[in-house]
Design a protein around this ligand. Structure first.
Ligand code: BT5
Length: 267
């Protein structure tokens, strides 16, 4: 794999210069890949924890359930981080929770936008999706071998270039601010924040992560529709539990644990 020195405003050296600690070791920059998660998964077993795979564009960027992630060149962030946390496999959902908290804080810092989180993996601004997180895992004999946490953030993309169905639900930093941002600066902020929250995760400090999630969350307490593979449920999004799952208060009063699904805010 060839690691490129820089592509327009993406520069591993400039990112490293802005990172506060030596935790982040290798940043591999590619011009175009199918998916940074695929590239990172291919090297994850042998790679050191905290290796980062970046790309200027993706041809098959993916979301959950194999959905397409729109990944035009030159404008946005497509990044996968290889992590090997010392956590119980029951807690793996917390990797995405931790990354969402880190990304929302980093985006708030670098763009001044009021970025919030929507369970389980959405970064939201003005009610629209500005970014998403996809964590993929390798588990063997009940042990987590590695996690690849993929982060996609729409930075300087023009929302009018997105396909109509995504345009309606998505936004970009440029669309929200009217300004162009250096991707390098945002990535460095994401890595600085991720390190901080990853340390909390590795220490088992889930309470601190959950309380930060609550501060950044825009859905808790709201009436929502939860669409899972087998069900569509409505209720009040009540809390994130100690495993990172959403607890939904059903109209019957029963509290139901939701492990995965898509969430739409009704009111
Ligand atoms: C996600 O999935 O939100 C996870 C996205 C993760 C993307 C990163 S980029 C780097 C790394 N490499 C990858 O291949 N993936 C990760 P999900 O919750 O399933 O949302 C997918 C849905 O979001 C799609 O079905 C569209 O409706 C919408 N969508 C697609 N592209 C988008 C974009 N650029 N911005 C906002 N929404 C988008």
């Amino acid at each position: 794999m060839v690691s490129l020195p820089e592509i327009s405003d993406l520069s591993p050296d400039a990112i490293k210069a802005k990172i506060r600690s030596p935790f982040w070791k290798q940043i591999i920059l590619n011009k175009t890949v199918d998916s940074t998660n695929t590239v990172a998964s291919g090297i994850a077993e042998k790679a050191e924890e905290s290796t980062i795979v970046l790309a200027d564009s993706q041809t098959k960027g993916r979301g959950r359930l194999g959905r397409l992630w729109i990944s035009p060149p030159g404008v946005s962030i497509y990044m996968s981080i290889i992590l090997k946390p010392l956590i119980d496999i029951c807690d793996v959902t917390f990797i995405t929770i931790m990354a969402a908290v880190a990304c929302a804080n980093a985006l708030r810092k670098s763009t001044n936008l009021n970025v919030t989180i929507k369970w389980p993996n959405d970064l939201v601004c003005s009610g629209k999706k500005i970014g998403g997180i996809l964590t993929e895992l390798k588990i063997e004999h009940n042990r987590l071998i590695y996690a690849v946490t993929g982060i996609g953030i729409n930075v300087n993309a023009d929302i009018n270039t997105f396909p109509a169905d995504v345009r309606d639900i998505a936004t970009t930093v440029k669309n929200e601010t009217g300004k162009v941002f250096r991707r390098t600066d945002i990535i460095a902020d994401i890595l600085n924040e991720t390190e901080k929250w990853y340390i909390a995760l590795n220490k088992g400090d889930k309470d601190t992560i959950i309380s930060e999630w609550k501060r950044l969350d825009s859905t808790l307490g709201k009436e929502v529709l939860v669409i899972t593979a087998s069900d569509t449920l409505s209720g009040i999004a009540e809390l994130i539990d100690e495993k990172g799952m959403l607890m939904l208060r059903l109209p019957s009063g029963q509290l139901k644990r939701i492990t995965t699904g898509d969430l739409k805010i009704l009111r």
